[in-house]
Design a protein around this ligand. Structure first.
Ligand SMILES: *[C@@H]1O[C@H](CO)[C@@H](O)[C@H](O)[C@H]1NC(C)=O
Ligand SMILES: *[C@@H]1O[C@H](CO)[C@@H](O)[C@H](O)[C@H]1NC(C)=O
Ligand SMILES: *[C@@H]1O[C@H](CO)[C@@H](O)[C@H](O)[C@H]1NC(C)=O
Ligand SMILES: *[C@@H]1O[C@H](CO)[C@@H](O)[C@H](O)[C@H]1NC(C)=O
Length: 320
């Protein structure tokens, strides 16, 4: 019987860090599945070397170089570059079933039971619950499905410019046909849920199995003080117990040493506070109009200025 695998995608060195932490979190929660990462051509040799040590299989995907239908699709729809790279996961035909996870997710509990589900299973998107969110989904690799997906891409493009639009268009009966294909929200718990439905978060948040770090600020956009075990950056309440801290503990403890070994004497910024020049990576602070817009788009900076502690303070101030 063919094996089953968790699959992720790293398009550059930043997302490669996410992929490394994701794989560590899966292994630490004792997955019995194989781990596969698709890497784009912009990922450095050093990052690839580390990925090789953590993953069972590292597959380089260079759509422009593939010389097949994917290349043709790319010529017609250059805007869909990363999407086409992600769709490559359907070509992993020596695995019978796979679970795709975005590299900005973190597993906080064993989720091997997802393999009991069928293609295409995914969690609803909170922004439009009749659409699924394409950050975590169950699929069956198949050359046939892959070429149909490419064909769909070239003919219809993507209604949101990314893979979620393509996949929802292609698997368009998801919301109506089979409820077992609806993954519970705990497989895509984003801290945004804390704001939009606080009572539900209090009731179910402790059951979270996958945390998805959405929005502009990714875990790797922050800096970290390993001695005090504190995340820095926009985080105003660094003591806020959080999944962000869990991500950093894993990254600084298990991934950074491997990266330093590969980089040797060459410059490399881990994001841990010992190495300098990190603050340059941090995006500039947003104006309050920008923040309002982000908030309305569901992209609150939930670890920073829009953190629950800050909102609580504001509410308290109002109530007084
Ligand atoms: C890395 O790739 C992601 C996803 O494809 C993209 O959103 C991000 O801007 C890229 N980051 C850099 C530093 O190139
Ligand atoms: C699948 O194929 C790739 C290369 O084609 C190989 O590296 C990998 O080990 C294979 N995996 C399984 C489960 O056979
Ligand atoms: C998870 O849910 C958020 C909203 O809470 C959504 O915007 C995001 O795209 C979803 N991601 C995944 C991986 O399902
Ligand atoms: C799918 O296509 C690839 C590349 O063309 C090939 O190596 C593989 O054997 C095919 N898989 C199946 C199950 O036909």
């Amino acid at each position: 019987m063919a094996e089953q695998a968790f699959v992720t995608l790293a398009t550059n060195d930043s997302y490669a860090k996410g992929a490394m932490v994701l794989a560590k979190s899966l292994r630490n929660h004792k997955t019995s599945k194989k781990l596969v990462v698709l890497v784009g051509p912009h990922v450095s040799d050093q990052s690839r070397a580390v990925l090789h040590k953590i993953y069972d299989e590292v597959r380089l995907v260079d759509v422009m170089d593939s010389g097949d239908t994917a290349h043709l699709a790319m010529m017609k729809r250059p805007d869909l570059g990363v999407t086409l790279t992600k769709l490559h996961c359907w070509t992993l035909t020596n695995y019978s079933k796979c679970v795709f996870m975005d590299a900005d997710t973190l597993v906080v509990s064993n989720i091997d039971e997802l393999f009991n589900r069928e293609e295409l299973s995914a969690a609803p998107d909170p922004g439009w619950p009749d659409c699924f969110n394409s950050g975590v989904f169950v699929f069956r690799p198949s050359n046939e499905t892959y070429s149909k997906l490419l064909q769909y891409c070239t003919e219809h493009g993507s209604f949101d410019g990314g893979d979620q639009g393509v996949l929802n268009g292609f698997f368009s009966d998801w919301s109506t046909t089979d409820i077992t294909k609806h993954l519970p929200f705990i497989y895509n718990m984003s801290s945004i849920a804390i704001y939009t439905y606080l009572p539900a978060f209090k009731q179910y948040g402790a059951n979270a199995k996958v945390v998805h770090f959405l929005g502009r600020m990714k875990p790797w956009s922050y800096t970290y003080d390993p001695k005090q075990r504190k995340v820095r950056g926009d985080v105003q309440e660094a003591s806020h117990p959080s999944f962000l801290l869990e991500w950093w503990a894993l990254y600084s403890g298990e991934v950074v040493p491997m990266l330093f070994r590969e980089y040797g004497d060459q410059p490399f910024h881990s994001g841990c506070e010992e190495d300098v020049a990190l603050s340059q990576d941090a995006p500039p602070p947003m104006s309050s109009a920008e923040r309002k817009q982000k908030w309305e788009q569901g992209q609150a900076d939930y670890m920073g200025i829009d953190s629950f502690d800050n909102i609580q303070k504001k509410l308290d101030a109002f109530l007084k």
